[in-house]
Design a protein around this ligand. Structure first.
Ligand code: AG3
Length: 328
């Protein structure tokens, strides 16, 4: 009998992974955690039916969420990871000798246990003497921090369940206080192609851009995430991700990577037009990609017709702002 795991990327589109066997499945206090042995991707971590990582492609996500801020900050000594219980972001951060302290705040201790038991190539660095691991809600933790970190990396789930509070304005505001002068915040910023992810990506940009002087999204190709394309957010009051980026300084470190390089660092900030429109104007691709409906093409090319009918209405940000509300 063939076993398959499906993830729905929208109500009408899913991907299927052929599974050799299920290795783990348990409800923690926060979420349903599963580990599968897949044919194509090696072991795969799934939380609440959403793929978090696979052994085959996790390097892309973890390198991009870590090396981009670390290559821009000229002298990061203290770093904070919010979430990231699988240890992949921690593994990449621990490669920087000049980091003196790394705090990781993960709400769910079972994620760390599962990573240690099933993902030995990802959970490599929990024993590093610079690491302090706290099992606590990330929002509560950053509320107490002032001027503490040079780099904060928010390696969260999607904005549902335990990750929801990590997508609120209150959380980002607290992160900005938790950063030292010249600090950089990077978060996982959702996808832009399917409707629900795109709404979240636009809402995240809308919430973070008023808080930081520099707010930029950058992209990576991540095969198992929806549309194989994912965004990260770069935020800093001082540093610009390209103008303050010194490729020679990073290359001199001699870190071996499989995805990130200094050319790609530059390229990652060049966004497709539809992504730019989504983030800056709040317009969803779903609202304007032209398709045949019955025997006409919709939406009509005539913009005025569309705006009069209101059918091309932009995202209703008032609704989005309520979503993932800032009160606990
Ligand atoms: N963090 C989750 C990214 C979101 C994936 N979303 C999806 N597949 N719909 C990944 C954690 C890796 N450390």
């Amino acid at each position: 009998m063939e076993l398959w795991f499906s993830e729905f990327h929208s109500t009408d589109f899913k991907v299927d992974f052929r599974i050799r066997k299920q290795l783990f499945g348990q409800y923690s206090d926060y979420q349903h955690i599963q580990v599968f042995d897949t044919y194509e991707f090696g072991r795969m971590l799934v939380m609440d039916n959403i793929v978090m990582l696979t052994e085959k492609d996790e390097f892309i996500y973890h390198e991009m969420i870590t090396h981009v801020p670390m290559a821009v900050h000229p002298k990061a000594e203290r770093a904070l990871i919010i979430g990231g219980g699988d240890g992949g972001t921690l593994r990449e951060l621990c490669r920087y000798d000049d980091l003196k302290e790394i705090v990781m705040v993960e709400i769910d201790s079972l994620v760390v246990d599962v990573a240690k038991d099933y993902f030995p190539t990802v959970a490599t660095s929990f024993g590093d003497p610079r690491v302090t691991l706290l099992f606590e809600d990330g929002l509560r933790y950053v509320r107490r921090c002032r001027d503490m970190f040079d780099v904060i990396i928010v390696d969260s789930t999607d904005p549902f369940g335990p990750g929801e509070s990590l997508f609120t304005k209150e959380f980002y505001g607290n992160c900005s206080h938790a950063l030292r002068d010249g600090g950089i915040l990077v978060n996982q910023h959702e996808g832009t192609f399917y409707h629900n992810d795109a709404v979240e990506a636009a809402a995240t940009y809308k919430k973070t851009s008023p808080i930081f002087k520099n707010t930029y999204a950058y992209q990576a190709h991540i095969p198992v995430y929806p549309a194989g394309h994912w965004l990260f957010g770069f935020m800093s009051d001082r540093y610009h991700p390209l103008d303050d980026f010194d490729p020679e300084r990073w290359n001199a470190r001699g870190l071996k990577t499989d995805y990130y390089n200094t050319e790609l660092h530059r390229g990652a900030f060049a966004l497709p037009n539809y992504v730019y429109r989504l983030l800056h104007e709040g317009v969803l691709l779903d609202h304007y990609f032209r398709r045949v409906v019955g025997n006409t093409i919709w939406p009509p090319e005539d913009d005025t017709l569309v705006s009069e009918s209101g059918e091309l209405a932009d995202i209703d940000f008032s609704a989005i702002e309520k979503y993932g509300s800032d009160d606990e």
